[in-house]
Design a protein around this ligand. Structure first.
Ligand code: ATP
Ligand code: MG
Length: 512
């Protein structure tokens, strides 16, 4: 069914052209971000409204308006000004659509062509929505059309979610988790694992009290940082030299020899080994030079101090992921940055390795605060995870290992990893440096869309990239799961603190 007519294409100094098209609105209202369509020689042209301008020729000249109004008479009393007020919509033609195929417009439509609101069925096809099994993240603004994104198109070549703090990144990510958890087996279910530095997703693992919310606790597993133990026998020299940046080649060679020796002993029945065994073997191997012993020994002791390494993996990586389930690695209690980096790097390395061997299901690895783990400019310690995340970003799609990088500081996020994320979802951002960085790393974003990002409100998003092929503004849907209780107001934190300290005072008094 053809939609209602909205207006007529007008001639302007720079349009209509294949890149810009203005029309005067003859009926109804129109909003920025809406899609319109018009008949075109080769099918239906779809265009995005990038601006709506109200104009009135009576008010065009500031000097005349001032002169007139200064004399005590209002313009609108003397002239039919309201009849001359009209809306001009500025649009960007996105493409031409015919027989389910889309292509770029290379020729302008004629002035005088009628413009309609884009029909839902055209938009669904144009934006490549997967109406059957798509992940429903929200609604196309002003179109009452659910945004249903094909899982492969959204995740296979990685996703980045970028926005200011508090703009709704974690909320949107929770909506994505719900969609992944609710997927039917026949539609293809992947495992989801989130490395969560602030414990923002732990509410998924808690039973719900509010009956209107969906309970995902039976499909969610939470691993607290203090429960994590990294099995030293599983650490290859490659992983170790990632963890201890700056090892020289001879040091790596010597460390490799020690690990091989301990592994051989393990196979011969001596059982698994830990860092103490590595240190003992280092000190008791006469061929290793004294200065290498000192350097390697120092590093091994510093790793021991992290209280992270043991004889076996706990929990075992192979038990961690399950199709259609969510695993949360809660790093909320870890203060030591290096420890956080090592945990993230280790999980990323092992997951990628196991996925290549197909011992675990295809997965989505979600990295919150990604700029901390995959920084653009990195010192030795902060680069621990960068190379494995870059590797997954580059090669993961071949193996069903997908990444979702979340960051409130895109400018600090590694350009190599970011540019491998073929879909970007951008929520509100105002920092000009971040906007410039996004403009450079998101293909298909023009200056108008970048300008629109600054005016997005909480829960409004712009999607660019592989998932829809065209920039799409949408409203994130309401979540079904309960919200995390980690974020309380400053007032509430102050009340809680005073209550707790007065209770403690009472207890002390009772004891005395
Ligand atoms: N789509 C939405 N609908 C309703 N409320 C939302 C929506 N998105 C975000 N909010 C609310 O806004 C607040 C901030 O959202 P959220 O925690 O997702 O931000 P964030 O971008 O992850 O911030 P940070 O960078 O600090 O982690 C939350 O209280 C959340 O409930
Ligand atoms: Mg967040």
């Amino acid at each position: 069914m053809a939609e209602k007519e909205l207006g007529t294409v007008v001639s302007t100094p720079d349009g209509p052209s294949p890149a810009a098209l203005d029309f005067v609105v003859t009926s109804g209202v129109l909003h920025r971000g809406q899609f319109v369509e018009l008949d075109y020689s080769e099918g239906t042209m779809i265009a995005l409204v990038t601006d709506v301008i109200k104009t009135n020729r009576y008010f065009e000249r500031a000097d005349s308006v001032k002169e007139f109004e200064a004399n005590g008479s209002a313009l609108f009393e003397q002239f039919p000004t309201s009849e001359w007020e009209y809306l001009i919509a500025k649009t960007r033609p996105l493409g031409v659509f015919s027989d389910n195929l889309t292509k770029r417009a290379t020729y302008p439509p004629s002035p005088g062509t009628k413009v309609r609101l884009a029909a839902k069925e055209n938009l669904t096809k144009f934006l490549h929505f997967d109406t059957e099994h798509g992940l429903e993240l929200g609604q196309v603004d002003h179109h009452d059309l659910p945004v249903k994104l094909n899982m492969s198109a959204l995740l296979k070549k990685h996703l980045a979610i970028l926005a200011l703090s508090g703009a709704g990144k974690s909320y949107l990510t929770s909506v994505l988790f719900e969609e992944l958890l609710d997927r039917k087996k026949e539609a293809g279910r992947i495992a989801t694992i989130v490395l969560d530095p602030h414990g923002e997703y732990s509410s998924f693992a808690e039973p719900v009290l509010d009956k209107s919310k969906t309970d995902y606790s039976s499909r969610t597993k939470i691993v607290k940082a203090h429960e994590i133990q990294i099995g030293v026998p599983k650490l290859s020299v490659g992983i170790l030299s990632g963890i201890i940046p700056g090892l020289s080649s001879p040091q790596k060679r010597d460390l490799g020899k020690i690990i091989s020796k301990l592994r051989a002993e393990m196979k011969s029945g001596l059982g698994p080994f830990d860092l103490h065994d590595v240190l003992d073997t280092l000190n008791s191997t006469p061929e290793i030079k004294e200065n290498t012993k000192v350097a390697l020994g120092g590093w091994i002791v510093s790793l021991m101090e992290l209280n992270l390494f043991g004889k076996t993996d706990s929990p075992p990586i192979s038990d961690l992921l399950k199709s259609g389930n969510l695993t949360i690695i809660d790093l909320g209690d870890v203060i030591n940055t290096k420890k956080k980096q090592i945990i993230v790097s280790y999980f990323a390395q092992r997951l990628f390795y196991e996925r290549r061997r197909k011992t675990i299901p295809p997965f989505l690895l979600v990295l919150e605060e990604a700029h901390q783990f995959v920084p653009e400019k990195a010192g030795k310690d902060s680069a621990i995870c960068r190379s494995i995340i870059r590797t997954i970003a580059r090669e993961g799609r071949k193996f069903g290992a997908s990444l979702c990088l979340i960051s409130q500081r895109p400018v600090q996020l590694d350009t190599t990893a970011l540019s491998q994320c073929n879909t970007h979802i951008i929520l509100r951002i105002t920092n000009p440096y971040d906007l410039k960085h996004i403009g450079e790393s998101s293909e298909g974003l023009d200056s108008k869309s970048i300008e629109m990002i600054t005016s997005l409100r909480v829960g409004e998003a712009l999607l660019v990239g592989e998932a829809t092929h065209y920039p799409l503004f949408f409203k994130v849907r309401k979540r079904k799961s309960q919200e995390s209780r980690h974020e309380i107001s400053l007032e509430q934190a102050a009340v809680d603190f005073e209550r707790n300290s007065s209770e403690k005072d009472d207890e002390t008094r009772e004891l005395l």
